[in-house]
Design a protein around this ligand. Structure first.
Ligand code: HEC
Ligand code: HEC
Length: 364
């Protein structure tokens, strides 16, 4: 059932509130230089593109935001400051990469920060020794590959069938979220196209939600409206309880993607492409036909940013298979959600999805 529970967005939320200005979203896209204070190389780009690009940079170098940005004990970080040499170096690197791509690859992001840095602050100039057994994708012989439609049909059936999926109007998942060695209480509530994900722990409460028209996040810095852009469109899709039925609509370009090992399972890969910013790869269990992994690739200003969700411990609730363990990985780290109480088609108060009235920040 995908990362409908998408909690990585929860922790990301805390982070994002550091840099974002408290503003209502506008219908017109806003330029980065109008929203942020010290934009030089990303002038002219949509403001909603900036944070994904920052995540891409941080992930490519294997560093945190504070590697380049000045931090403070209290209050929002002055992200506009250029005091750290790494930030200045990063600007030069962005221009360098742009030039490489413009001159050699028609301006497409073929060379990215990750091409050289590959998770390291300093790229290795030395070629690696080959690792035995690695890098060879399993080739299939003889068998006719399944069509994307067959894979999706089998998935739908495995989940409980179309009728049960169409009949799913709401669900409430309770459990815990583990990240960074910390454990939080977790509650995910969904009704048709609305979602609320709230996590709470000693450091306070945070979460994200979408009430059918407005997206919000709640973090240590308060409550914020999401601006139109990648983050909101992903949340909208996670919110949609019938999303699994709409895969072929959302991704008109579906292709069988061969096999890939996930643990000891030789999973079947379905490649979902669009002309839009978000692509997906779905990995199905060849026996149960359930989804084992979903890889989302978001095209940022600098290259594709991966987010991977692994689903396991499927159990049947209300005639539908629901994963009780969801592990989310992105360039910042891993979060594990485990549920112990899942209910479907229960009455849900519409207020659950509304942007929280008051922030509940708790100082550390
Ligand atoms: C490797 C260095 C590097 C890392 C790591 C990094 N940034 Fe940046 N950041 C920059 C640079 C360079 C700019 C300026 C971009 C420009 O000039 O257009 C910037 C600008 C910003 C701005 C705009 C600030 C303003 O008001 O001008 C925000 C917000 C921001 N970064 C957030 C983040 C967040 C959040 C992270 C962690 C996920 C992060 N950055 C990680 C280099 C970095
Ligand atoms: C063509 C290869 C290449 C690409 C692409 C590349 N870098 Fe670098 N980068 C380097 C090399 C080489 C160094 C110098 C390392 C050293 O001094 O040993 C470096 C150094 C840096 C440093 C300074 C080291 C530090 O952390 O203080 C930063 C920051 C950096 N790169 C950021 C980026 C960012 C952001 C991108 C993508 C926009 C990028 N690089 C893309 C090769 C590359």
């Amino acid at each position: 059932m995908k990362s409908r529970t998408g909690a990585s967005t929860v922790l990301v939320a805390t982070l994002l509130t550091l840099g974002a200005k408290k503003e209502e979203p506008k219908a017109e896209p806003e330029l980065a230089e109008h929203v942020f204070k010290n934009i030089q190389v990303f002038k002219g780009t949509d403001a909603s593109e900036l944070i994904p690009a920052m995540n891409f940079i941080a992930g490519s170098l294997g560093v945190q935001c504070e590697h380049c940005h000045v931090t403070t004990e209290k209050g929002p970080w002055p992200l506009e400051k250029d005091d750290k040499p790494a930030k200045q170096a990063a600007r030069k690197m962005i221009l360098m990469v742009r030039e490489i791509n413009d001159k050699n690859f028609d301006g497409t992001n073929k060379v990215t920060c990750a091409s050289c840095h590959n998770g390291h602050q300093e790229p290795r100039p030395i070629p690696p020794f080959p690792t035995p057994g690695e890098g060879s994708e399993k080739k299939e012989t003889g068998t006719t590959p399944p069509s994307p439609a067959q894979l999706l049909d089998a998935y739908e059936t495995a989940l409980g069938g179309r009728a049960a999926l169409v009949g799913l109007k709401s669900r409430v998942l309770k459990g815990k979220l583990e990240a960074d060695g910390k454990t939080f209480g977790l509650e995910v509530v969904q009704a048709s196209d609305r979602i609320s994900i709230r996590a709470s722990g000693p450091e306070g409460e945070f979460g994200v939600g979408y009430d059918g028209s407005e997206g919000w996040r709640l973090g240590t810095g308060g409550v914020f409206s999401m601006r139109e852009g990648i983050e909101l469109s992903k949340l909208r899709r996670d919110a949609d309880l019938n999303g699994d039925l709409k895969i072929s609509e959302t991704f008109p370009e579906m292709k069988y993607g061969g096999r890939a090992m996930i643990g000891s399972t030789n999973a079947i890969v379905l490649r979902l492409d669009t002309k839009k910013k978000i692509k997906e790869r779905l990995f199905f269990d060849p026996e149960s036909h359930l989804l084992l992994r979903r890889l989302v690739l978001t095209e940022t200003l600098l290259g594709p940013l991966p987010e991977q969700t692994d689903f396991s411990d499927y159990r049947t609730v209300g005639g539908l298979k629901i994963p009780f363990r969801v592990e989310e990985r992105d360039v910042r780290g891993t979060e594990v959600q485990t549920f112990d109480d899942v209910k479907t088609n229960v009455a849900v108060d519409a207020k659950t999805f509304a942007k929280p009235e008051v922030a509940t920040p708790k100082p550390k």
